[in-house]
Structures are given as C-alpha cells and as structure tokens.
Design a protein around this ligand. Structure first.
Ligand code: RAT
Ligand code: ZN
Length: 410
C-alpha cells in the first residue's frame, strides 16, 4: 500500500514545470556516460593506427571532400602533398578563407575550443605545439573524460595486414575501454578472402577467440538484397550467420553506401544510395535467433527502418550514420525514433576515426538528443503525465548504454 507520505514525496518529484523539465533533461543527457557502439578508433597499443592531433583531425576524409570543393587544386596534386601540407591547406581553405559552417568543420572548432586553443588562428602552430606536448596515454583518458565516453567499439579487420599482425602479436595489454568488433567487409564485399565454407568458419572461430568481439559487422551497398543469388548471400547463410548463432554474437548491418563514386577523392569518394529495408526485414525474419543492429545511410530509409524494428524485436536501429550526422538530420531521426520506438533504440554512434572527434561528435549529438527528448517529455506532460528525474535518468541510461548492453548479452 502506498502511504500518503510516499505519494506526496512522489508527487513532489514530478517535473511539472517546463523549464525545470528541460534543464533536467539537458543535465542528464550531458552528464551520462555513453557507450560508443561504432568507431574506427584504436588504443595506444595499435601504434600508427591510433590517430590523434590536429593534422589527423584536419585531414579527416569528411573535410578533404569539402576542401576540394573550395580550393582550386587538382585532386592528384592534393594527394601528392604530405599530410601536414594537406592539413594546412584544409585549415587555410575552410577556416581562414571561409567560415567553418559545415558540421565536420564546426567539429574542429568545438575540439579546439574544448582545449582552450584559438579557433581563429591564422596557422596551425599553436594547435600542433599543444597536441605534440600531450602524453598520449593521459590524452586518451582526458578525451574520454571530456566526451564522457565510457567505452568505444572499434572496427577490426583481421584481413588487414597491419591490424592482423598486431592481433597476432599477443603482447598488448588490452585497454578495456576499447571493445573489438569483427568487420567482415573484405569477406562479404570483395573476393579477396577465399576458402571452403569449413575453412572460413574455422577462420572466423579463430578470430572470435582471439579478439573477443562484441559483434560482427559489415557495411553493405545500397543495392544489397536478401535473399539473392550471389556469393554474399551464400557466405551469409553458410558462414556468417551460423557463426553469429553459435557464438551468440549480434550482427551489425550498415546499409546504403556506394563505394568509390568518385575514386579521385580516395577515401572521401564514397556516396549514398537509398537501400531496401525489406531485405533486412527478411534477414531478421529468417534468423530470429540472431540479434541485428542496423543503420541506414540514406535519410529516405529512416522511417522504414523504424517500422521494420516495430515488427522484429531482434532488430535494433542505431546511430545517424556519416552523411546523416548533421544536427538537422539527427534531430529529425531521433524524434522519429522516439515516436515510433519509445526508448528501444540506440540514438547515436560517433564513427570517430581520430581520437578527439569523440569530443565534438558527442557534444553535438547530446544537444540534439536532449532537445528531442525534452520535447517528447513535454508532450507527455501536456497529455497529462509528468516524469521524474529518476525516470529521465533511467531512459537516458537505456539509450546511451543499456540497449546496447542488453543486445550484446542476449
Ligand atoms: O563514416 C565514415 O568514416 C565512413 O568512412 C565509413 O567508415 C563508415 O562509417 C564505415 O564504417 O564503413
Ligand atoms: Zn564507420
């Protein structure tokens, strides 16, 4: 039985004033630690694969594509330049000669500002001196701290020679904040990995034993279809999905990329295409005992993905991927997901390639997630139900780490 004192206390906890409600949501969203479910980051022990600092930040492929729109320089000359020269050209073009209004450019401003560096500097001298003075292990801790990221999932390609060697070397003390994910693009999207079904299954088993991944993942082209009469379909059915089942590993699908639309741009040359969500529905239907995480690159696929997730409880939508990671689109997608799925989705991942990107990607994402959540609690309030601070904490915890934690444990 609820005593009158208890019900009074409960009533007092209700956030019935809009401004108080919004302030509380912002506070919880900004302070809650997040698990970043897809990145391209590596710990210190991966040596040259662990990218950080201003030159890496500025030569991020999102920014090289933007630079080549404004700088009058042929693509081949750009690629002949050293990384430091390219970074200088990016700075000059996007930050000195123009206002850095794009999301990727504003991200640099957010990062510099977080470290108290001059966001209007005429050159990179100060920023370079700052990053060079950092001790990397402490710098990693500091960045994780500022971004309030408790763990990141890497993208581990055992079929990549440099990475494969590191995994085989056994002599790195794994940083528990970096979780591994077995990326299968080379197996499923190229014909570079060959072998019998038995060999391939055996090889995946070995990599799983070595890496202890939290999921297996693949990016898929916009024309991905399931079922299909092709090698990818056979590999999915005979190698990958049985392995996922056997090891209880979720399968992450990132759908809608069109690789190499402009090869002159190298790693910045990929594009987007509207994909077929019904293919993912069929996968989820046929493999009910496998948990799928899915993200689509095209804005046009987002609503269909939400509806598919309503039909299949083994499908978890996650993130606003790559070209969708812009405030206006993150806002739209997050609101759509809240309306169709409640708290049963993963709002964002960073896709960070360079350590300090965690700072801006999460700061910007938190702003949009907080605004969308605050609006949905306000709608609830106007319909007649106020929430408590505890309930907000419970919900944000679920969005920022709980849903993923459940998914990889189920
Ligand atoms: O967002 C990106 O950086 C892309 O280049 C891709 O890495 C994409 O996220 C992927 O994982 O394929
Ligand atoms: Zn990625």
């Amino acid at each position: 039985m609820v005593t009158s004192t208890e019900s009074r206390t409960k009533f007092a906890d209700l956030l019935t004033h809009r401004s108080e409600l919004r302030a509380r949501v912002e506070n919880v969203v900004n302070s809650m630690a997040v698990t970043d479910v897809h990145t391209h980051l590596f710990p210190l022990e991966f040596n040259e694969l662990c990218l950080y600092g201003i030159d890496e930040l500025l030569t991020y492929h999102y920014l090289t594509a933007e630079t080549l729109r404004s700088a009058r320089i042929p693509h081949d000359r750009f690629w002949q330049m050293s990384k430091t020269d390219r970074a200088e050209l990016v700075w000059q073009t996007l930050f000195v000669e123009n206002s850095p209004a794009s999301e990727a450019a504003r991200g640099i401003v957010t990062v510099l500002d977080a470290f108290g560096l001059d966001t209007r500097a005429e050159n990179l001298a100060e920023a370079r001196a700052f990053f060079n003075s950092r001790r990397l292990s402490e710098h990693i801790d500091h960045v994780f701290d500022i971004a309030r990221v408790s763990g990141v999932v890497m993208t581990n390609d055992p079929f990549d020679e440099t990475e494969g060697q590191i995994w085989k070397s056994d002599d790195f003390g794994a940083d528990p904040r970096f979780k591994s994910a077995l990326r299968l693009d080379r197996l499923l999207n190229t014909n570079l990995v060959t072998g019998t079904i038995t060999d391939l299954r055996h090889s995946l088993d070995e990599w799983i034993a070595r890496m202890n991944p939290v999921y297996m993942g693949v990016s898929l082209p916009a024309d991905f279809r399931f079922p299909a009469d092709n090698t990818r379909d056979r590999l999915l059915r005979d190698v990958v999905l049985p392995t996922a089942k056997e090891h209880g590993l979720p399968m992450t699908l990132m759908v809608g990329v069109r690789r190499g639309v402009n090869p002159l741009l190298r790693e910045a040359g990929d594009g987007v295409g509207r994909a077929d969500v019904t293919s993912v529905e069929r996968l989820c239907g046929e493999y009910q005992d496998v948990n799928f995480l899915a993200t689509f690159l095209s804005r046009e696929n987002q609503h269909e993905l939400c509806v598919a997730a309503r039909k299949f409880n083994n499908l978890m939508p996650f993130g606003c991927w790559w070209f969708l990671n812009n405030p206006s689109i993150v806002s739209e997608i997050t609101r759509e997901r809240l309306e169709l799925l409640g708290m049963s989705f993963i709002p964002q991942h960073s896709d960070a390639r360079v350590l300090e990107q965690l700072i801006y990607k999460w700061k910007h994402a938190r702003e949009e997630i907080a605004a969308a959540l605050a609006d949905s609690y306000e709608l609830l309030l106007s319909s007649g139900r106020a929430v408590t601070a505890e309930e907000i904490t419970r919900d944000v915890n679920r969005l920022f780490s709980g849903n993923f934690g459940d998914w990889i444990q189920r």
